[in-house]
Design a protein around this ligand. Structure first.
Ligand SMILES: [Zn+2]
Length: 268
């Protein structure tokens, strides 16, 4: 039996991206020094119906960034896996087993520390790709707070995955069952995206159509039970397809590249 030499399992060169978590610190330093933008995906740990995993909101923004990296050099920071509290009419609420959320003040502090760390690392072009509706205002707040003390850094906040697309264009891309982003939770768009990104994590035959029993257009705390979808699905998921997911993933990655090219021109 031969004794393995120390170099037998060691790559010749360091991994150079796009996933920061696999990189060495000198490789990250060099990427930041070269002026590459860094993408921070922000998601949640939240119920997504009986057919999608709790980390759905983490898989999707990272996949968008990975697809964008095919078109432009960039670095992807480790995904922030906990998000703001789930609201019943946009995420099913906090009562489902497995939904683990941060209060807003904690979330802002976490994001502020991570964004400041990226600036300290040397990145000056920082893009936050959000995929959890309730995170939106807190991402903006954290970036604004870091901006006041790090004037050289610029922050790009991507909250809408396909800004500028009309309802007609979204229906053409996803089909007539798309109910709009306000009720898009564990429904057609997210299920289709997961079928494209990680089909092994989608439970076969369990994607169903559902909704909250009553949505008067306002919210009440404590939440009446008729405002909570019993399955956690907030609209139609049953006709989701990987093909629709691919189209949406391509469109979202294209929007990320367009936003990066606009706000962080490559010639700068
Ligand atoms: Zn989601």
């Amino acid at each position: 039996m031969s004794v393995p030499r120390p170099t037998d399992s060691v790559a010749d060169t360091a991994y150079v991206g796009p996933l920061m978590e696999k990189m060495t610190w000198p490789a990250v330093r060099d990427a930041a020094t070269a002026g590459l933008p860094v993408i921070l995906p922000v998601g949640s740990t939240e119920q997504h119906g009986p057919h999608l995993p709790l980390k759905t909101d983490c898989e999707i923004p990272r996949a968008i960034a990975e697809r964008a990296a095919r078109h432009r050099p960039l670095i992807i920071a480790p995904t922030v896996g906990f998000g703001a509290k789930s609201r019943p009419l946009s995420g099913g609420g906090e009562t489902f087993p497995g939904t683990l959320s941060l209060r807003a003040t904690t979330l802002i502090a976490v994001l502020e520390d991570i964004l400041a760390g990226l600036v300290r690392t040397g990145f000056q072009r920082i893009c936050v790709q959000n995929w959890h509706y309730e995170n939106g205002p807190y991402l903006w707040e954290a970036a604004d707070l870091v901006s006041t003390t790090h004037e050289d850094a610029r922050f790009l906040i991507l909250d809408d995955p396909v800004p500028g697309l009309t309802d007609a264009e979204l229906h053409a891309m996803l089909g007539p069952d798309f109910g709009g982003w306000p009720v898009e939770h564990a429904a057609l768009a997210e299920t289709s995206l997961m079928l494209a990104i990680a089909p092994e994590l989608v439970v076969p035959g369990m994607a169903l159509d559902d909704r909250a029993g009553h949505n008067p257009g306002w919210e009440v705390i404590p939440t009446p039970t008729d405002r909570i979808s019993s399955s956690g699905v907030l609209w139609r998921a049953s006709r989701s397809t990987a093909e629709a997911g691919e189209r949406l993933l391509d469109a979202a990655a294209g929007c990320m590249v367009r936003a990066l090219n606009t706000e962080f021109p490559r010639s700068e």
